[in-house]
Design a protein around this ligand. Structure first.
Ligand code: AZC
Length: 802
């Protein structure tokens, strides 16, 4: 759309007065923000309407991405960028004396996700709209997103975040599109004209109300929809006696009250299962309702619709779609089953066994009696089908119901036509280890789709100086065709370019340092190496390895004050699941070490530790542009992909990494000279598991540096960690060191020495940084979703390169 500055100013002024009966000069930030948000919505509304109409008219296949989490981040700036009116609006506001930055900061960052999985869903939304793929999100409108993290005396405290307090300018409530979702009750099958049909009694009906958010593509036309469901009391129940009404109301509203703050630990609470069925059932019902507008026989569903299951949380799509096809549409089992598999596809995001969901049979049969019946039948038919091809053990290992539990990953694999991992290595491990049996049974269902990130949020929006610099070197085509970033390679030996790159990094570091000064009253030296590890706190991600190395540097300086190490600022950002005690102990330990080192006058600028509170998308946008070093140090085989690794490389950070997840593909892109690899490989890890030959204690005894560092956890060197220090020490030295921290320590320390050495040579370092930016284009989620579209969803997409 072509909006001029004057037109914008006129619209803005008029709307502000209409909404608030005020003059701009008398308005406050909140009024200015809501006026701008409203105006953006108006600007996008025609495209939104047209997109929907054209999808219906042209009969394009629609993709529905079902996810428990969408970690969108703030939308104001991203919407301005994608509508291509960022500059005009910025200038227009400036003329009113309004700083766009203040309005951007006013928006609450909606934390409707835990980490990688939810953020990936958000990147996919942005990319699908940009690539004109008819792809829509389906999820839950949690009243409370992820908790707000506070540190009290170094401990994590969780505070509820009522992100909707001021309203949400981006969503539209569509009560007329509400559907009913049913729980509990009794169900039995009755013969009706030769067909078994279910009869129900005593069910609990919940009204699912959709809130739609426009997802604006960076292509001046496509606006897709993110539909989030909210649970409300059914109108039929509103006639109840007042006390009973209130009780029931709160029970029902509970369903969409809060996001589960566990990023990989299975939590067996009934409410979670309710949430899963709630958004699955509501989503599928609304998809079928839209499909019916077309007057096609239901057997055509798979030509018109693809539904993607993001991890196992929406795996109830399998029995729910079956239920609708069998019970509402009257299909026979075989046809319904074929159709279900054609419509559904599934992504696995983790091999951590505790994250593979299982539900007790009793819980399923009480809460969802009909769904339970259907799952049992799928399971029995599966076992019967396999009987002539595989032995009993194989069938037992792969069936859905086993040991009184329903295995959701098995349900998703058996009930869909595609299962993909999220990085090459991860997919290989799924095929060879974790899901090997299934791979033998259904080899053609397995495929890889390496994750990606949207270059719009993670560079164009968050690192404007770098964007402008890249544009000045290679033009702006890379913004829509990110592999064009490889053209930067032409400048890898150009000193002027490399020095400018260093200047931009320093500018970003200074900006972050200012933020840290403002919020934490800690002074950072922007000439130090900014070394970043930001991600959820989890033992397998090994923040602990990073910390042990920091302690080794500290002791080196204490023992020899003249030892020269290049000054470093270690930056952490991480939330721990509230019930994950070990992770919370690590948080306390990092904070205590930070306190000790940051207050040691002998250390001064040489070492600083910043542990930012409440790591979130908006904080990531501040930190990532300022990073020199990207820490991707999970135990090989455990991190399915990682996506922070991609964001950091795109912003010119050099990665210190194990050969895990997408780090392997990053190395392949940049070459071994431009990434610093250390540690065990996945094969070596599996070998250790196999022969049981890892003895952590030996590393404690034989490596004097490690010995010194580990003793510091228990000898009173670090104040305030009596309990945590001992527990962590024991987990490493006594109880087997599950994630091989001690085994990889020395190798990691040497890798870090390499960082220290190379960084002293600015040109060499910046050349590595440049080659990382140049190699990052392939990790754009635009390419990832185009691959999903072609190879899984079977839709044609209008690629950005057209
Ligand atoms: C994460 C994986 O741990 C991470 O490696 C991957 O990059 C990301 O998904 C996207 O694929 N998994 C989760 O976040 N899992 C949950 C349940 O939150």
């Amino acid at each position: 759309m072509k909006l001029t500055k004057d037109k914008f100013k006129e619209d803005y002024q008029r709307l502000l007065t209409e909404l608030y009966s005020l003059d701009i000069k008398d308005s406050e930030v909140s009024e200015q923000y809501f006026t701008l948000g409203n105006l953006i919505r108006t600007y996008a509304s025609n495209d939104w309407k047209n997109t929907n109409e054209s999808y219906l008219k042209k009969g394009e296949k629609q993709i529905y991405y079902f996810s428990m989490e969408f970690l969108l981040g703030r939308m104001l700036k991203s919407n301005l960028l994608n509508l291509d009116i960022l500059e005009v609006v910025q200038k227009g506001l400036q003329e009113f004396g309004i700083h766009l930055e203040n309005l951007i900061e006013f928006e609450v960052d909606p934390g409707l996700g835990n980490g990688g999985l939810g953020r990936l869903a958000a990147c996919f939304m942005d990319s699908m709209a940009t690539c004109a793929i008819p792809g829509h999100g389906n999820g839950i409108r949690y009243k409370y997103g992820l908790f707000k993290q506070k540190f009290v005396n170094g401990y994590q405290m969780e505070i509820p975040e009522h992100w909707l307090r001021n309203g949400n300018i981006w969503e539209v409530r569509r009560l007329n599109k509400a559907v009913t979702v049913r729980f509990y009750g009794n169900v039995w099958l009755e013969n009706s004209s030769g067909r078994l049909v279910p009869r129900y009694e005593n069910e609990e009906a919940v009204l699912a109300v959709p809130y739609d958010t426009p997802i604006i593509g960076y292509n001046e036309q496509t606006v897709n929809t993110l539909r989030l469901w909210s649970a409300e009391m059914h109108p039929q129940d509103e006639s109840h006696e007042y006390g009973a009404f209130l009780k029931q109301q709160s029970q029902i509203e509970n369903i969409s009250e809060v996001l589960y703050p566990d990023d990989s630990y299975y939590d067996g609470r009934l409410l979670r299962l309710k949430q899963e069925y709630f958004f699955v059932s509501a989503g599928i019902q609304s998809i079928i309702r839209r499909f019916k507008k077309k007057d096609l026989p239901i057997s055509h569903l798979s030509e018109e619709v693809a539904i993607h299951i993001n991890d196992t949380h929406p795996a109830l799509c399998v029995p729910e779609l079956m239920r609708i096809l069998l019970d509402d549409e009257g299909m026979d089992w075989e046809s319904a089953w074929d159709l279900t598999k054609k419509v559904l596809s599934y992504t696995n995001h983790t091999i951590m066994s505790e994250a593979l969901e299982k539900w007790p049979i009793d819980m399923m049969s009480t809460l969802l009696p009909r769904i339970h019946q259907i799952i049992c039948e799928i399971d029995q038919r599966y076992a019967a089908d396999m009987r002539y091809r595989y032995d009993d053990h194989m069938i037992e290992r792969t069936r859905i119901i086993e040991g009184g539990h329903i295995k959701m990953a098995h349900l998703a694999i058996i009930g869909s036509h595609s299962i993909n991992g999220v990085a090459k290595l991860h997919t290989d491990i799924l095929k060879e280890k974790v899901l090997h049996d299934f791979y033998l049974i259904f080899p053609s269902k397995f495929n890889n789709k390496t994750n990606g990130i949207t270059q719009r949020r993670w560079l164009l929006l968050s690192n404007e100086p770098l964007r402008q610099f890249i544009d000045s070197k290679i033009g702006s085509n890379w913004e829509v065709n990110p592999t064009d970033l490889t053209n930067l390679k032409a400048f890898q030996n150009d000193e002027d370019t490399l020095f400018k790159l260093a200047q931009i990094k320093k500018l970003n570091k200074q900006r972050f340092a200012d933020y840290v000064k403002r919020t934490m009253n800690l002074t950072l030296n922007p000439d130090a190496i900014f070394d970043v590890q930001v991600k959820r706190l989890h033992a397998y991600k090994r923040q602990l390895l990073n910390l042990l190395h920091i302690l080794s540097l500290y002791f080196k300086l204490k023992e020899n004050p003249n030892a020269y190490i290049y000054p470093r600022v270690f930056i952490f950002g991480a939330k721990a699941a509230p019930s994950y005690m070990y992770a919370k102990q690590i948080i306390k330990l990092i904070n205590s070490v930070a306190h000790m080192i940051n207050h040691d006058h002998h250390i001064g600028d040489k070492l600083k530790i910043v542990f930012v509170e409440n790591y979130s998308v908006s904080l990531a946008e501040r930190i990532i542009p300022a990073a020199d070093v990207s820490e991707q140090i999970s135990l090989a085989s455990k991190e399915a992909s990682g996506t922070g690794n991609m964001k950091l490389m795109l912003n010119g950070a050099v990665t210190v990494a194990t050969l895990d997840g997408a780090n392997v593909e990053i190395r392949d892109q940049v070459g071994p000279d431009n990434i610093i690899i250390f540690g065990l490989t996945d094969k070596e890890v599996y070998q250790y598991y196999h022969d049981g030959s890892y003895h952590a204690y030996d590393y404690y005894i034989h490596n004097p540096i490690l010995h010194r560092v580990l003793n510091a956890l228990i000898d009173g060197t670090i104040p305030g960690i009596e309990i945590e220090g001992q527990d962590i020490f024991d987990s490493l030295v006594k109880y087997g060191d599950e994630y091989f921290v001690l085994r990889d320590f020395e190798d990691y320390r040497l890798a870090q020495e390499k960082v220290d050495q190379i960084y002293r040579d600015t040109l060499r370092w910046q050349k590595m940084a440049l080659l990382n930016i140049a190699g990052a284009g392939i990790f754009s989620s635009d390419y990832t979703v185009l691959q999903y579209a072609k190879e899984i969803w079977d839709v044609s997409a209008k690629s950005t390169q057209d």
